[in-house]
Design a protein around this ligand. Structure first.
Ligand SMILES: O=C(O)CCC(=O)C(=O)O
Ligand SMILES: [Mn+2]
Length: 200
């Protein structure tokens, strides 16, 4: 698997292809068809707003997780997602990284209008300096990064079908990321693997 080093410090790596076209296409179709996609609402300035995408939180039974001010109990592992988790864990083990992901947030964007706003994945449950690995399937979209202290210009990372983006230690502390709306067609599903450190 060729690895493209986007940033050395903090480490930001992209690798593609991850599974190969036939397996990636089959996984996209399986997830699209078989998961119980949800569109929870968020309370903003006293009003409820449905999130601008669908999602499923999946993981080990004890890995409950707080995200955007809400508690989520994980869905049990879907076998196809558990297989992908094992592949991502072993891909990182080859690079000497002990990832042990025990949970994943799956996001489904029906089109380029659907999005995720600026944030860092820095919830306390993820530990001091989390490692996050994001698998992208379907429509290619840019993930935009900006430095919290504006020490360098913001930049885009285009995430092709069947790719793996590794956000290493320091990325969540020093940068934010967002999937901004774009006039692009096509369904995209991302899976952001995480390790919940202090399961409750
Ligand atoms: O869809 C993406 O690539 C971004 C998802 C993301 O940032 C997240 O799940 O925290
Ligand atoms: Mn994120």
């Amino acid at each position: 698997m060729p690895i493209e080093i986007l940033l050395a410090d903090p480490p930001l790596w992209l690798t593609a292809p991850l599974l190969g076209e036939p397996d990636a296409n089959a996984l996209l179709a399986t997830l699209d068809d078989q998961l119980a996609w949800q569109r929870p609402t968020l309370r903003l300035y006293g009003r409820e707003h449905p999130i601008p995408r669908h999602q499923v939180w999946m993981g080990a039974p004890e890995a409950s997780y707080r995200y955007s001010g809400r508690d989520f109990l994980p869905e049990p592992w879907h076998p196809a997602v558990a297989d992908l988790r094992d592949r991502v864990n072993s891909a990182l083990a080859v690079a000497g990284i002990d990832a042990h992901f025990n949970s994943v947030l799956l996001n489904r964007y029906a089109s380029g209008e659907e999005r995720m706003g600026w944030h860092s994945d820095d919830e306390p449950e993820l530990g001091a300096d989390p490692l996050i690995a994001a698998v992208s399937l379907g429509a290619e979209r840019p993930l935009r990064f900006r430095w919290k202290h504006r020490e360098a210009p913001a930049f885009n990372v285009w995430l092709p079908h069947d790719s793996l983006l590794v956000m290493g230690p320091g990325v969540q502390r020093r940068l934010q990321h967002a999937l901004l709306p774009r006039r692009l067609p096509g369904v995209r599903i991302s899976l952001t693997f995480r390790r919940v450190m202090s399961p409750r």
